[in-house]
Design a binder for this molecule. Sequence first.
Ligand code: SAH
Length: 247
Amino acid sequence: MSGRLTIAGLGPGAEDLVTPEVRAALATATDIVGYIPYVARIAPRPGLTLHPSDNRVELDRSRHALEMAAAGRQVVVVSSGDPGVFAMASAVFEAVEAAPEYLSLDIRVLPGITAMLAAAAAAGAPLGHDFCCINLSDNLKPWELVEHRLRLAAQADFAMAFYNPRSKSRPHQFARALEILRAECGSARLITFARAVTTPEQAIRTVTLGEATPEMADMRTVVLVGNAATKRLGPWVYTPRSAGGVV
Ligand code: SAH
């Protein structure tokens, strides 16, 4: 059998949310490559080699996966959620661009359920109108760009989803993000903190921007902010489908 490189999304955590297509790719894999906690989700079996690696080594990891696929192995690179959302798919293509001989490889990208969609479903429908999605980490872009996009998205009255909101290495930036949001959206705007969605530790909490504190988010949290029309309905939060906002 000739080699193949599959880049697969494992979904937000629940086994039921791994797609049948991804399950099939995992079942025929010879090698699984990815960040340690994601590879830990794959059950070991004879004939399968697990290659967990540390965070922030995406390019090395991609090159290794490409080398193994070129040598004839059935390699699956795993990401949590969807592999195209702040994850491994782009890293693999970046590695291919640097070594175009790999363009002849059999490469497939298999989608997964990304955190913001699982979080939105758990909360109701906070992303039910136009929305945007911003990675708050300045690991791969300047913080000024994060602030700029945040401000413009808020001014455009998008509902918003924030990935990587807060980590131990950058504890202050999320406080700054909340400040910007309060200034642009007002303190009554709804914000949902969705932690460890679809896992046994799932916790969903909706407050107003006035009540929100930076400690409500960590690296296992995806944060959803409503648009001007987003409201509570019993235990739910939803954004009407009709156009709201001010132009
Ligand atoms: N590719 C992933 C995102 C990777 S970035 C996806 O599509 O979901 C990592 C960030 O995703 C985390 O900091 C957090 O903001 C979010 N995240 C991933 N899984 C999550 C979950 N189960 N619950 C809440 N947030 C999650």
